[in-house]
Design a protein around this ligand. Sequence first.
Ligand code: SAM
Length: 237
Amino acid sequence: MDNKVKLQYKIIVLRKKHIVMPNNKHAMEKNLKLHWNKTYEKTEIEKLGWYEDSPEPSLRLINKCKLDKNASILNVGAGVTMLVDKLIEQGYNNIIVNDLSSIALDKLKMRIGNNNSNSIRWIVDDLSNSTKLNKLENIDLWHDRAVLHFFYTEKEQMAYFKLLKSVVKLNGFVIISTFSLNSATKCSGLPVHRFNKEMLQIKLGNRFILLETFNHIYTMPSGDKREYVYTLFKRTQ
Ligand SMILES: C[S@@+](CC[C@H](N)C(=O)[O-])C[C@H]1O[C@@H](n2cnc3c(N)ncnc32)[C@H](O)[C@@H]1O
């Protein structure tokens, strides 16, 4: 086995056994960071298995929120998404871009250029063990496409939703798009936890109401298809 395969195997075994003990938690985080950094280092943006030329389903839901242009939009696990370019084009000027991978954010920064640096804050942080994102508050919109499903264990999911609930303001919005129950069981070589809208509602609790949901078939650059469930929630309490 070469080192990369060994590393991926180790990550899968650790996650499947739900081993999240303090000692190896740090090692696991480092491995996942390495996994994502390597993925972004070695893959051309347009060849990533989640690349979208134009993230239409997300834009449709964002437009539905009717946000002010200075609303705070937190794009979690953003990778190198074109969504940031589109939000800038639409005049949004308070965008926060997060990812575990600094390489992804560096690539995105390079593409977007310095002209828009006043409109964007960049935060490299782990959504399941946050040390920076947890300092945020009053977020108007939390946007997640294809990130939550990587939180395979109950513990990681709890950390994700705890963070979300602590930063999204009253009357703020949450867009989560994740592999649906019909989708693949792996993405980027990692096992995924699939959701439907009811499961997301349970995780968010009754302080959030579901405004809109739809399934979307995404075609990967390879031609393979993946089904995503898109949801738009509003925090009402
Ligand atoms: C499948 S990609 C989706 C990227 C982007 N949202 C999009 O739609 O193009 C998943 C992203 O989640 C990021 N990610 C994975 N685990 C993370 C974590 N614990 N904290 C923050 N980001 C994470 C990865 O680095 C990767 O960029």
